[in-house]
Each structure stands twice: as structure tokens, then as C-alpha cells.
Design a protein around this ligand. Structure first.
Ligand code: UDP
Length: 237
């Protein structure tokens, strides 16, 4: 699909949001840019956009089939999708099944440590501030979301965790942790943004090999080979 610069509404680190064909929709385009550490590390990886688009579309279609309301209307081409316009809630929801990343660092627990229960965290969606962790009373105090909205987001996130843990397990992959974003649209809370190896930690079930963005964060192994592996395995389930 061809676009003009005038179509661009917003350009983020890894995606471009363009005007949709009507007032109720937008076009979300995946870029090849990889970023980590709040944008401090940045590189173009040719083909990443296509891989993330394919993985995210597969996951969103699966979630929609299982009753999750998402912003995805349809796939346009290899790197873009038509999505419902939504007012993005500036709170990210993080779900953890195994200790890793900032959780391991903050609490001094080795990566890979099993957790007694699923962890749910909220963080402020603000790169300049490094997406700081934020609690419910802070979120409501700042007017970012209501308690009802947070309960809805948390409930959906836990349900998505159940569904995705099962899907990835069928592909021989452990869903270690992931980040979700939600938006308000026509009085409903919709799952927005993407779910891909950029926003999830995905480990091979048997070897614990990392197949996700940690390869980029840690300069360990070919990043796109990991993403391709995830897509290939999802295609087989
Ligand atoms: N994550 C994300 N975007 C963010 C922060 C985190 O997609 O801005 C994802 C990250 O890829 C991982 C999970 O959320 O799958 C938990 O990330 P963590 O808090 O461990 O932070 P990080 O290690 O990325 O600093």
C-alpha cells in the first residue's frame, strides 16, 4: 500500500499511525526499527516489521476467537493493519509468569525463578520518564484511569495470559512475561497496540533459549532468527 507523509498522525519508536479510511479507524504500520532501554539503543533490522506484524496478527486473531475485544479490524498488507480508533490509556499492564528483566533486577531474584503466583504490574506509559511502575491509587490520583477501568484491564490481562500461555505452550514456548496496552472506544476497553517478541519474553520450553527482544537488548544471537522461529512455530499450532 502506498502512503503519503500527510497521512501520518503519529510516529512512535516501532510503529507509525496513519489516518484510516473513515473517522472510526486508523492504519497501524510496523517499522523495522528495534529499540531498547527506552530508546537509548536503536537499530534498523530489515524485515522485523513484517515478522512482528505477522506474529501480532496471528495472536490478535486467536484472542478475538476466544472472546477478547481487540482494536484489530483487519490486515491490510505485510506491515500494516486497519484498527479501531481508541483513546490509549497511558498505563501499561505487565504480566509475569517467571522472574526476568526488571523484576529480577528490582527484587534480586535470578532470571528463570518460578513465581508462586502470576504477577500483575502497572507502569506509566512515558518513555521520557522510563515507564515508571505506578500503583492503583497513583493512577486514579492522576486521572489516568478509573478503578473500574483498571479492574477491567487486569481481568482481561489475566485472561489473555491464560490464553497465550496455552497457545505458546502448544508451540513449545514458555510465555515468561509480556506488556499490554488498552484503549477506550465506544464505551469499551479494547486491547490495543501489538503482541510480539518486542513486547513479550518467549523462551524455548526445553532449552530456555531466548527467542525475543532480549537477544537485541543483550546482543546475544540473531534477533530476527528468534522472531522467525516464533512465527514458524505459531504457524504450526
Ligand atoms: N515491555 C515492553 N515495553 C516496555 C516495557 C516492557 O514491551 O516499555 C515488555 C518486555 O519486553 C517484557 C515485559 O514487558 O516482556 C516486562 O518487561 P520488564 O519490566 O522486565 O522491563 P525491561 O526488562 O524491558 O526493562
Amino acid at each position: 500500500m502506498s502512503y503519503t507523509k500527510d497521512d501520518i498522525l503519529r510516529e512512535g519508536k516501532t510503529k507509525i499511525i496513519r489516518c484510516g479510511p473513515d473517522e472510526e479507524s486508523l492504519i497501524m504500520c510496523y517499522k523495522d526499527t528495534a529499540t531498547a532501554f527506552d530508546g537509548a539503543k536503536k537499530e534498523d533490522l530489515a524485515g522485523k516489521g513484517k515478522l512482528n506484524a505477522a506474529i501480532s496478527h496471528k495472536i490478535y486473531t486467536y484472542l478475538a476467537r476466544h472472546g477478547i475485544e481487540t482494536h484489530l479490524i483487519g490486515v491490510i498488507d505485510d506491515t500494516s493493519a486497519l484498527v479501531k480508533k481508541a483513546e490509549i490509556i497511558m498505563v501499561e499492564v505487565i504480566i509475569r509468569n517467571v522472574a526476568a528483566g526488571s523484576f529480577s533486577k528490582r527484587y534480586g531474584v535470578a532470571e528463570g525463578t518460578a513465581l508462586n503466583n502470576t504477577v500483575i504490574e502497572f507502569s506509566l506509559k512515558n518513555d521520557d520518564l522510563g515507564d515508571p511502575m505506578i500503583n492503583e491509587s497513583q493512577i486514579t490520583a492522576l486521572g489516568l484511569a478509573t478503578l473500574e477501568e483498571l479492574a477491567e484491564m487486569a481481568g482481561q490481562a489475566l485472561r489473555i495470559n491464560e490464553l497465550l500461555s496455552r497457545l505458546f505452550a502448544q508451540a513449545g514456548i514458555k510465555l515468561v512475561d509480556f506488556k499490554l496496552e488498552f484503549g477506550r472506544s465506544s464505551g469499551k476497553i479494547l486491547l490495543c497496540d501489538e503482541i510480539s517478541p518486542d513486547s513479550c519474553r518467549l523462551w524455548d520450553m526445553k532449552t530456555h533459549e531466548k527467542l525475543d527482544k532480549d537477544r537485541f537488548r543483550g546482543d546475544s544471537g540473531n534477533v530476527l532468527d528468534g522472531y522467525q522461529d516464533v512465527l514458524g512455530r505459531l504457524k504450526n499450532v
